[in-house]
Write a protein that binds this ligand. Sequence first.
Ligand code: 5GP
Length: 203
Amino acid sequence: MSSAVLVLSGPSGAGKSTIINAAADSIGDFYFSVSTTTRTPREGEVEGKDYHFVTKEQFEEGIVNGDFLEYATVHGNYYGTSLLPVKEALEKGKLVIFDIDIQGHRLVRDALGSKVVSAFITPPTLTELEVRLKARESDSDEVISKRVSNAKIEIEALNEYDFLIVNNSIEEAKNAFISIANAARHRMSQEENKEFIKQWVSQ
Ligand code: 5GP
């Protein structure tokens, strides 16, 4: 099976990880790109599963060493995608799923071009986002208001995405996500098209 790249963006609190977990058994063999961050772990977050939690110095060493496919500062912390595991997963023909912000989406598009399929996931309204962030009880009021004002900026990048998933109900959002993941598997890059045509005419 051909490898595929699916970028998911959307405000924290949109339900991205819940949707991915709910769909995990229905989208075939995939690799979820575990990002590296300098933010402090939330309660219940597991090192190596949710994120690789590092210091600012360690992150900056990674930048210098060229370890990241992309990285960005989000809400005052570094977040980045390690290049090596993504490369390995793509070589194995896996669907690689990224949960990254709008800056990361632009950088991944620059790096991987026509192979990328992307979806923006959001709660139905800004007010609902705030309600969900408060209900999560994992962030201070200050952090929540930073995330809400950042969400207002992020939504303006909606046109850059292939698909929109409005997370009204988990079941509907999960089904939309499964369709998009399947579409991503059929997305061909220009290089793959060239190779396919070469093979096709020669047989
Ligand atoms: P959170 O702190 O809520 O886990 O994530 C905050 C934001 O950072 C989210 O919008 C998430 O998509 C984004 N993010 C997480 N990992 C990465 C990454 O590796 N690169 C970029 N550019 N953004 C990331």
